[in-house]
Design a protein around this ligand. Structure first.
Ligand code: NCD
Length: 359
């Protein structure tokens, strides 16, 4: 049984397979409408969320499944002191898969060790947010057309921003990635991440304090919110909250096809006027979040392969038709005559794939 607690729980190939499945879902929505019929997702959200929880809910509903759960720990037995371990043991009896968001770092990992169903980390403290990373990768793939060879600038709160931590990890496995870290000293990427992810993987990494100094070099600008709820010192938050504000004039020096991402919610770090700029991809990014979560739920429930196998399994028709290929085995040996409809709607012999004249 698989869970997704950290983006590195999936190999690079598995990550790409989820993105490919999401692309197929986007192209053939109808094919997946019943993929999760009769299955239940439990959304256990101990921390506020709009996009992540609702996109998980919408994802499961679009797959034909149902959703149970809570969006406020106060309304659950947690308020009576129940542990994460006990809660997920109980939920395992009711649902097929869990998406958990928790203010405590590591809570989803604990959940995965006690649940008997797959657990998805939907964000834990300042630590990790792997499903936002899948969303970001799908968006980059759709906007840029590739996942290799680009320069990405992360701007804002790189200390507490869990989406940044997970995305940098995932990008460390791609080729030709240059990272630019744009943050004030107080909000720099934690040193251990810079060392273990950027330095140990030889990723060219530059650290600056001003966006204007580097904006012209970027293929992707990943803006983030200053994470008010994580600050221990309120005055420090007030001092830093307006540090970076992306405005149309700052974009004048940026590449014409630079992609602007933001995991949202946006407070004031991107001015509303930027929304009209075709480079602003953050609302498209939200929709990608739903598709990639559909792909992830299917993958963790093991339905991707079964489903794809079923999709690919050709239904053979036995009939009075006759294969006209003299060198086909069906014309020399006693085998069941079998035919199938090709994707163009033509009747073909199952053995030689030859076209069969219809009566
Ligand atoms: C992010 C999060 O929760 O970490 N939001 C999200 O999931 N889309 C970013 C944030 O809250 O700033």
């Amino acid at each position: 049984m698989r869970s997704l607690i950290d983006i590195m729980d999936f190999s690079k190939e598995e990550t790409h397979a989820v993105i490919d499945l999401a692309l197929d879902i986007i192209a053939h929505r109808w094919k997946y409408a019943h993929a999760c019929d009769g299955r239940k997702l439990a959304t256990l959200f101990y921390e506020p969320s709009t996009r992540t929880r609702l996109s998980f809910t919408a994802a499961m509903m679009e797959l034909g499944g149902n959703v149970i759960g809570f969006s406020d720990a106060k309304s659950s037995s947690v308020s009576k002191g129940e542990t994460v371990a006990d809660t997920v043991r109980v939920i395992s009896a009711f649902a097929d898969i869990i998406a958990m968001r928790h203010f405590k770092e590591g809570a989803p990992l604990v959940a995965s060790q006690y649940a008997s169903i797959p657990v998805i980390n939907a964000g834990d403290g300042s630590h990790a947010h792997p499903t936002q990373t899948l969303t970001d990768l799908l968006t980059i793939r759709r906007e840029l057309g590739r996942l290799d060879n680009f320069t990405i600038g992360f701007c804002g709160d790189l200390k507490f921003g869990r989406t940044v931590h997970s995305l940098i990890k995932a990008l460390s496995r791609q080729t030709g990635i240059n990272v630019v870290l744009i943050a004030p000293d107080e909000l720099r990427l934690p040193a251990h991440l810079k060392k273990e992810i950027c330095e140990e993987n030889n990723i060219p990494t530059k650290e600056v304090t001003e966006l204007e100094d580097v904006i012209a070099d970027l293929d992707i600008l990943y803006m983030t919110r200053v994470q008010e709820e994580r600050f221990l010192d309120r005055d420090e938050f007030l001092r830093l909250r307006d540090r970076f504000i992306l405005t149309p004039d700052k974009l004048e020096n940026a590449k014409k096809d630079m992609v602007i991402l933001h995991p949202l919610p946006r407070i004031n770090e991107i001015s509303r006027q930027v929304d009209k700029d075709p480079r602003a991809a953050y609302f498209r990014q939200v929709e990608n979040g739903k598709f990639v979560r559909m792909a992830l739920i299917m993958t963790l429930l093991g339905l991707n392969e079964k489903y794809l196998e079923e999709e690919n399994k050709t239904e053979y028709l036995t009939s009075e038709y006759k294969c006209s290929n003299p060198v086909c085995i069906c014309n020399s040996e006693d085998v069941d005559k079998q035919f199938y409809r090709s994707s163009e709607g033509l009747l073909r012999c199952a053995y030689c794939e030859g076209l069969v004249p219809e009566k």
